[in-house]
Design a protein around this ligand. Sequence first.
Ligand code: NAG
Ligand code: NAG
Ligand code: NAG
Ligand code: NAG
Ligand code: NAG
Ligand code: NAG
Ligand code: NAG
Ligand code: NAG
Ligand code: NAG
Length: 334
Amino acid sequence: MLLLRIFLLVVSSDILHVIAWGSIGHNLVARLAQSQLNSTTNNWIQHYIASDLRGDLGRIASWPDLILYPDTNPFDYVHWQWSRDLHYINIPAWNCSYIPSRDCVNDRCIEGALKNYSRRLVDRNSDYVEQQQALIFLVHFLGDIHQPLHSGFKNDQGGNTVKGFFLNGKNLTNLHTIWDVEIIVNRIQRHFQSDVNLYYNHLLTLMLNRSSMINETYNNYEEWVKESVDYVCKQVYLNDNGTRLNVSLNFTLGEEYFNRNWPTVDQRLTQAGWRLATLLNHLAEQRSSTKLPPDMQALIIMACIAIGIFILATIGFYQYKPPEIPDRSPLLAE
Ligand SMILES: *[C@@H]1O[C@H](CO)[C@@H](O)[C@H](O)[C@H]1NC(C)=O
Ligand SMILES: *[C@@H]1O[C@H](CO)[C@@H](O)[C@H](O)[C@H]1NC(C)=O
Ligand SMILES: *[C@@H]1O[C@H](CO)[C@@H](O)[C@H](O)[C@H]1NC(C)=O
Ligand SMILES: *[C@@H]1O[C@H](CO)[C@@H](O)[C@H](O)[C@H]1NC(C)=O
Ligand SMILES: *[C@@H]1O[C@H](CO)[C@@H](O)[C@H](O)[C@H]1NC(C)=O
Ligand SMILES: *[C@@H]1O[C@H](CO)[C@@H](O)[C@H](O)[C@H]1NC(C)=O
Ligand SMILES: *[C@@H]1O[C@H](CO)[C@@H](O)[C@H](O)[C@H]1NC(C)=O
Ligand SMILES: *[C@@H]1O[C@H](CO)[C@@H](O)[C@H](O)[C@H]1NC(C)=O
Ligand SMILES: *[C@@H]1O[C@H](CO)[C@@H](O)[C@H](O)[C@H]1NC(C)=O
């Protein structure tokens, strides 16, 4: 039932929900990663992607956002609220360092979640649904950890309460949304003829050009958080004339802010894609066994029982000999 609900949700929601890289960012990261999966890795993760999604990792990447809100998950959103904290890390404003014992208590943050779900995905004690959930959360949180404002300041909720106007927009927006969605959307509209596939191809080239040169560990989550914190303190909160944005004044961010920051967005999307691929390839090597879906397990057990009965019946048939009739009846021998 859970499984069914998960995928009904994913299939029926092309809604762009404005949180966490938006769905475009998550989709791009997952596609970039999937292009670099070894065939064994790709075959393995296919087990967890519903067949009507045609094996596309990008189609499941936004699910952890969709489950959180009544407009995208009206019947069940309450039950997923526990996962909300796992999408980000909060540090004190302008502290500019990430201290896990302070900022990720009991692992209830994005770094803890990545550790948790990379373990659960390959844990032989997890059942199929748990492993599927682990994969989807991993794909999603690996994107989020690269969005600088998912490692942002506590006092303004990662830029959500820092409001203002972006690129001559008439509607009030906020800093978090600019980084989740608006820089990406404007980059695609202005530089890639509104074609997300052209942008994807560009990112792919960028990723392949850079990543082969980088020596990286596949799971240095803490380092990735620190990179995000660094972007937050050094460029995300600085407006075009170098003053700091804050909650008490509406900002006006223009061309200069966009041009200064889109290269960072490109960089973070490609890093996320590459790192997700490396992580999944690594986990595929680590895993001991893949569990089949429960209905498949039941089917296999039934088939084994049926074959067993057939074999026993066959053996029984060939071994059956009519009881020999003694030459003489013991009674007659008396
Ligand atoms: C898996 O793919 C990566 C590149 O994505 C490659 O470096 C690695 O050697 C591959 N591993 C296997 C076992 O093929
Ligand atoms: C950040 O917080 C830590 C621990 O509270 C402190 O040691 C450090 O000096 C702070 N850094 C800044 C830049 O405020
Ligand atoms: C680990 O995953 C389980 C299952 O989703 C969840 O209940 C738990 O809260 C997670 N813990 C962390 C720290 O992510
Ligand atoms: C601005 O807000 C109005 C009213 O909510 C909406 O109809 C319009 O599409 C928005 N414009 C943009 C560019 O998002
Ligand atoms: C690839 O990377 C090198 C070195 O960083 C750079 O000079 C070159 O322009 C890049 N090529 C592309 C297509 O991005
Ligand atoms: C990558 O690691 C190898 C072996 O540890 C080292 O020789 C090489 O210089 C490193 N390359 C980069 C770009 O750091
Ligand atoms: C917020 O920013 C504005 C413009 O830089 C500044 O005048 C104001 O003092 C700041 N407010 C706080 C509380 O930092
Ligand atoms: C920011 O702009 C909105 C919309 O124009 C306005 O309602 C709000 O009062 C402004 N906030 C501040 C702090 O100036
Ligand atoms: C800084 O730039 C903003 C617009 O981005 C403007 O509203 C503000 O007055 C400027 N502040 C100073 C001190 O120049």
